[in-house]
Design a protein. Sequence first.
Length: 744
Amino acid sequence: MKRPFAVNPEQSSADRGRWPIRCAVKQAVGRFAVATIAMGLVATDAVAQEESAAASAAGQSALEEVVVTAERRSQSAQDVPLSLNVLSEDQIQPGGVEGLTDISFKTPNFTLTQFNIAEPQLYMRGIGSTNDSAASDPTVSVFVDDVYIGRPGAAAFDLYDLERIEVLRGPQGTLYGRNVTGGAISIYSKAPANEFESKFGVTVGNYDLSVLRGYISGPIGDNVRGKLSFNRNDHTGYARNLTNGQDLDNAHNFNLRAQAVVDFSDRTSATLSADASRDRTNGDCRSTANMDRADQPSNGAFVAQYLPLMRPDITGPRVCTQAWTQFANRDDSGFGLRVTHDTGWSQLTSISSYRKNEFQWRQELAGMNLPPAPLSVPDDEGQKSWQASQEFRLTGSTERIHWVVGAFGFKEHVDRLANVPNLRIPPIASTYRIWKQNADSTSVAAFGQGTWEFAKGLSLTLGGRYTKDDKEIDQLLLTSNVVTYDLKGLGKSWSRFTPRASIDWRITDDVMAYVTWSEGYKSGAFVSQNATAAAASTPLEPEDARNFEGGIKSQWLDDRLRINATYFDLTVENLQLFRLVAGNLVSENANAKVTGVEAEVSIVPLEGLTIDASVSTMNPRYDGGTFDRKYLARAQKLHWSVSGAYSQSLSGGATLRYGASYVHSGDYFHEATNLQTSYVPSSKFVDANLKYTAASGNWDVSLWGKNLTDEVIVRHLIIGSLAGSNIVYQPPRTYGATVNLYFD
């Protein structure tokens, strides 16, 4: 029996030569997807001959139905004519999916890099942004319970107590709105339970890992249900600063979330939510590397002069010699109110939200491992912001028509201060620079979408969204305590209509083919850390994305085999680029063109065993301008993964579950220049876990490991102004044990 794990929230809450796509598809899909299918066909036939009457308690004999709300209504993911990846509640746990980085490992054509605690940089299908301005926006947007998160750093919290995560690749300009030219990530929390239940868990691991998490959920009065959940995560640093002994890449955070659902009647209910999170860490270890690569500044003169002076105690990528005692703090909180009312012929939903966050950090950007460092660039910054949003939606359905119309309003204020001096040893003079920004952004939109089954098995979807954005900003630059510019009242407005059209053909009950045309829009941006008044007062043009997508979604062998594949052709005009050149931030627009294929296979070859495999390949290029035909920054040309889970029954009714996954992330260039000093090699990521669940179901214990091969994986890179690259790395091998207790 199919068993959905999600519910409707409307109801419940350099240039390496040509990269031929056809060759990559033949090799990658042929090796992994086809091999998996073949194995599944043989094993499934053997299981079918046994004529097992039913699935055991330990495992499943068919793939579970995945229910999503990607189109603002509850439907199977197999019925959505979009490229969609879903992570379930079981995957969101210690040792599994714990943050945005883990989502990127699990999602084809999704790359995440992180400059600091406030600036995760999300790239989908090669489209993303590195701008840190108070008057700029992300290109891949994050939504929490359908609330748009304006500042990317406010979405980089620990993931826990969630129902599911939906990742939509490609522009989603109709239902999700502005700033989704690359894609959208929708995170849905679990609603309060109808009956009392609670869970408390403890995790311990290497690097002194200590995680406490839990929730209490259930009725708290007549027609009122509530939930209180918490999460605390601590571990010592993965890296160390040899200059002062400070632990770096550590964690110390706490999250708290409360919800209350009030059922006023059978037709009307309201969900009130509040959350708060706090991080107090020491920041990142940024170490120097790639001194042996080509494309060094000054024809490598710096390398020849200073390489012999490299400190001998720099023994690996997780030791560094920052000149400063660092810190990275984040405070985020918010309130939300969701009201739904069933009118009889439609459902009205109101989503109100207010959020605020504050970031402060000090980190070394240059990080040269030399005695003394010829250049030090301490990045001492802070940012405060608040946002308020309101959305109204009206949805309805008949036997052959599904529709949604709505309106959206958003207001954001951001104060940002950046103190980023260039400190050089004599006789080169140091430069002291402070930038200050105060920005206000306002966005309003009206949207609608309808799906009509105009013939048996054939459906047409048409939609559109009109958006208007206004931005105002004050920009100030002090250079060595002298005002370079002080600009007041800069502002500009932009507007767009972004349509969507899809045709899907239900060939059989289990096979659906579709074609989709969609557009996306990202508003223009005033950029930060400009050297001149002219650059500070001139905004970048908005991004306009157009995407053609065709795919097939299918299930076979009595729902034991699922095969989904997508081809896409994506163009983006005026992609907003930001890069560091000789210590200054340079901004510009460029065009991009990306074509690619994404394929996913899931199979239950025998009872209790599930195998998943995916492969994606792209040809991501800039189209014209400064970087014509170069590869898009942070775009993996090939990504593939395979994972498996097997559950078995033990004597007495207990169960044992084994799981493992292998992810291959392809190589890419971190910057649009495609310089060798920005080249990031391919990497692998291996996870494994073992879970024992007691027969009573009241407790379980898990053993888990992440990055078991201890791969050195780049998380962020800055091309050095003098030589090499300054790099932050992903966590090393981690492992631990988790115990959960359940009460009802």
